[in-house]
Design a binder for this molecule. Sequence first.
Ligand code: SF4
Length: 217
Amino acid sequence: MSFAWSYSALSLYKTCPRKYWAEKVAKVVPFKSNDAAEYGKMVHKKFENYLMKGSPLPLDLKHHEKVLKKLRDATGEGMPEQKLALTEDLEPTGYFDKDVWFRCVIDYAKVNDGRALVVDHKTGRRYDDFLQLELSAIALHTYLPDVEQFTLAYYWTKDKKITPQPLSTADFPRVWAKVHPVLDRIENSYATDSWPLKQNFLCEKYCGYKDCPYNGK
Ligand code: SF4
């Protein structure tokens, strides 16, 4: 395959192939942050500093301390903010190396005796899809092959709830079975330069590709 991907790139393509093209291939849509994204970045940084260095949380995030302390104090080696990258042969590689095929960022992992807790902090709307964390577990296993059992957990900051789900290496083929059909479609889009429009909930207000007839801006 001639492209590198991540969970968010996969999601973007599934949402609308043309939006994927506009942002990642033609790059005709300049990156534009927004208040929610900036807030998410700030929260991730403060959580990382707390988990890694024990830095105090600011007052407006103090109410997360109970949950974060539990994560920090659990038995095992804590690993905040891990940027992991794999080659197409599923070997570890550098995040920006030429042979990178898949990239992910793990907000927090706690590794203990062949098991890992893999956490992603979510400051936005809640959803039930664990694919992002499943892919993170696959990447972590590539770096730490002795780790074969995982607890995946989203931490939803708006309601201070953790949603956990178990995963083992035996589940990895099921994860790949969800991903490969989408990767095949992306590869076909690159090969044929075909990027269909797919009208969706983002068209009205949240798509930067203004040449599209569905764009509501
Ligand atoms: S406006 Fe909608 S259909 Fe058009 S490119 Fe954007 S997301 Fe796709």
